[in-house]
Each structure stands twice: as structure tokens, then as C-alpha cells.
Design a protein around this ligand. Structure first.
Ligand SMILES: [Fe+2]
Ligand SMILES: [Fe+2]
Length: 184
């Protein structure tokens, strides 16, 4: 069972639980043990969606361009807050503010992604494709532990859509290579 829309929901559930765990953590060491993997996972999840999910939504969705522009803009807001937190000592006021901003931006984004982009994709993609993409999504995450080797900087939302759609020319179904997006 590797339907990409289910794997994305699983990641979202994990985000909610890990943010909740911060509420119960005591002291810098406990906060760090939760936050550092969560921060890396937020970065990795966004890039994995941009590599595997959104290009395929753009091929098939009913309202895919708007949903994708919104999503990449939201991913930028989440990335900005995650990276802002990394500039401050854990448990400082500035750190808590940035973590709160990341949590709020992420919660808002997950609701929209679940109710619009994922719903759109389920209506328009076969079970086989959803499973195939789920495997690719899982493999991508496994290949980039901690997201350390990835470009986790912001992307221009419309530029991302344009570049993905330009890549559709001359590529057969499923062979879209968007490695060139890295570092744009
Ligand atoms: Fe997501
Ligand atoms: Fe997302």
C-alpha cells in the first residue's frame, strides 16, 4: 500500500504529533531531540512533494496550476519559518516565535493541500499511478535523509509551474526529470 496521497497524509499526521510533542517537552535537550528531526522532515517533505507529487498534479488536476502556485508559496512560508528558527538558540523567545510561525503556516497549508490538491489528484489519477508515485515519494525521502544534500531554499511559485510544464514537452508520461529545478 503506497498510494502517494496516503503517504502524504501520514507525513502530515506525523507533523501534527511532533509539533504537539514540543508542547510537552522539558528543557533544551528534549526540545532539540524533537525539533531538529522535525525541521529536517518539514524541508524534506516539501521538496519530495515538489519533485514527485506536484509535477503529476500539474499534468492531470482540474485546478492544478492554482493549487500548485498556492502550495509552493506555502512551502516557502514554512521553509522561511523553519530556517528562521535555526538562527536562534533553542527555547529562546525568538526560537519559539519561529517554531509557532512554522506550525501555523504548516497547519494552514496541510488543510488546503489535503482538501484541494490531494482531493483533485484522487479524482484524476489511477490507483496504479498513485501507488507508483507513492513508491517514488518514499524512495526520494529515503535517498535524502535529513534533507542535508537538498536545496531547501524558496522557489518562485509561478517559475516552478512554468519550469515543470516546459519539461512536459518531449517527455513521455512518468519520465519527467526535474532535477534541474534544484538551485533555480
Ligand atoms: Fe504536504
Ligand atoms: Fe505541501
Amino acid at each position: 500500500m503506497s498510494d502517494i496521497t496516503k503517504l502524504i497524509l501520514d507525513d502530515h499526521d506525523s507533523f501534527r504529533r511532533r509539533f504537539a510533542a514540543l508542547d510537552d517537552a522539558n528543557g533544551v535537550d528534549e526540545l532539540r531531540a524533537i525539533w531538529e528531526p522535525l525541521a529536517a522532515f518539514l524541508d524534506l517533505h516539501a521538496v519530495a512533494e515538489e519533485e514527485v507529487f506536484y509535477p503529476n498534479l500539474l499534468r492531470r488536476g482540474d485546478d492544478a496550476e492554482d493549487e500548485t502556485v498556492d502550495a509552493v508559496g506555502d512551502h516557502n512560508d514554512i521553509r522561511d519559518a523553519v530556517h528562521e528558527a535555526e538562527r536562534h538558540p533553542i527555547d529562546s523567545d525568538e526560537w519559539w516565535k519561529a517554531v509557532h510561525d512554522a506550525r501555523m503556516a504548516n497547519s494552514e497549508h496541510m488543510a488546503e493541500e489535503e482538501d484541494e490538491a490531494l482531493a483533485d489528484f484522487r479524482r484524476n489519477a489511477s490507483a496504479e499511478l498513485r501507488d507508483d508515485l507513492g513508491r517514488r515519494f518514499a524512495e526520494f525521502k529515503k535517498a535524502h535523509p535529513g534533507a542535508r544534500d537538498l536545496d531547501t531554499g524558496d522557489k518562485d511559485p509561478q517559475g516552478y509551474v512554468n519550469e515543470v510544464e516546459a519539461g512536459f514537452e518531449g517527455h513521455s508520461e512518468g519520465s519527467l526529470g526535474i532535477g534541474s529545478l534544484k538551485g533555480q
